[in-house]
Design a protein around this ligand. Structure first.
Ligand code: SAM
Length: 224
């Protein structure tokens, strides 16, 4: 039912006649053909993140975890004034993503940076602090879950007041609250949820989601 509702709703809210519909479908097809895992955001989630960037008039977005570039292409293809910097540690994923970004005609606005999230965000933070790079208005954290809290702490220093940091895959089909779970992803989710409420200058909520990507949720953080 969750998948059927997503499919039905998208047919009406984002029909195949939209200018970016073909390129988004092609991105998923090329990523699957290259053997990448099918773990991108759902179309509805990609659209929501893009709509948020439009509503908040974001001009610079940062992503940790590019995969084949599907979420980054959603953000940029829906927002002509938006520049996306997306960080990916796996060279094969980064290469496929660059190919997809080129096919989408978004080379000038989606930059895929190869490297580990902690290293690259550390470098970007230095550039922002020295005034060499503009602050980001939106950060999407969707990589190794163990480092979620490190990513949020680094992102906080690069996001302007009122900016948003969204951490994906927080609820993990309810495992977030399953006693005794020692899965690295669950521990990484708990660490960020438990720390964020204690951190000065951040205000947050966990929003549970269902859809074609099953049952999960986002940690949605506003930088004060
Ligand atoms: N955001 C993408 C989308 O929705 O299209 C999906 C990202 S996928 C869930 C997670 C990606 O994070 C994978 O491509 C993985 O290689 C990458 N990744 C894992 N550990 C990482 C790290 N330490 N630094 C940067 N990327 C990492």
């Amino acid at each position: 039912t969750w998948s059927s509702v997503d499919a039905y709703a998208l047919t009406h809210t984002h029909p195949a006649t939209r200018p970016n519909a073909a390129i988004l479908a092609q991105t998923l097809a090329a990523s699957a053909a290259a053997g990448l895992p099918e773990i991108s955001v759902s179309a509805a989630q990609g659209k929501f993140l893009a709509l948020h960037c439009r509503a908040a008039r974001v001009t610079r977005a940062l992503e940790v975890g590019t995969l084949g570039g599907y979420s980054a292409i959603w953000l940029a293809s829906e927002n002509p004034g938006l520049h996306v910097t997306s960080v990916e540690v796996n060279p094969v994923h980064a290469e496929v993503a660059r190919g997809n970004v080129k096919a989408a005609g978004l080379e000038g606005r989606v930059e895929v940076v190869l490297g580990s999230g902690v290293d690259v965000l550390g470098r970007l933070k230095g550039e922002v602090e020295r005034g060499e790079r503009e602050r980001f208005g939106f950060v999407f954290v969707d990589a190794d879950k163990e480092n979620n809290w490190e990513y949020v702490k680094l992102a906080k220093k690069m996001v302007g007041s009122g900016g948003v940091i969204c951490v994906d895959n927080i609820v993990r089909r309810g495992k977030l609250v399953e006693e005794g779970s020692q899965e690295a992803g669950v521990l990484g989710s708990r660490r960020v949820v438990e720390n964020v409420g204690r951190e000065e200058g951040l205000d947050a909520v966990v929003l549970q989601t269902v859809g074609e990507k099953s049952y999960d949720g986002w940690l949605w953080i506003v930088v004060e």
